[in-house]
Design a protein. Structure first.
Length: 93
């Protein structure tokens, strides 16, 4: 299954509201005025849990969200139809 990634700067509170969204790390870096290496480093630290309080000083943390593409869903529907399963009844597998 292929996925595309979106980089987001979100607030550090419990709601994690988006501040900036970009398709790549360098694009997000340009929006935030930081280097691309800082984007990848902060995203990694947030994901792995190295930094216990991400965004404490800047007011945001950086996350990466993986999104499925429509082609994957269409491919799955085609496979289901080929095996005799209706796309609406996938849960019956």
């Amino acid at each position: 299954m292929r996925s595309t990634s979106v980089y987001m700067a979100v607030t550090t509170d419990q709601y994690e509201l988006p501040i900036a969204i970009a398709d790549t790390g360098p694009e997000l870096a340009a929006l935030l005025g930081i280097s691309p290496d800082a984007v990848w480093q902060r995203e990694y630290q947030t994901r792995v849990g190295i930094n216990r309080n991400p965004g404490k000083y800047r007011g945001y943390k950086i996350i990466r969200v993986d999104l499925e593409t429509d082609k994957d869903e269409q491919r799955q529907d085609t496979q289901d139809i080929r095996f005799g399963l209706c796309p609406r009844h996938r849960s019956r597998r």
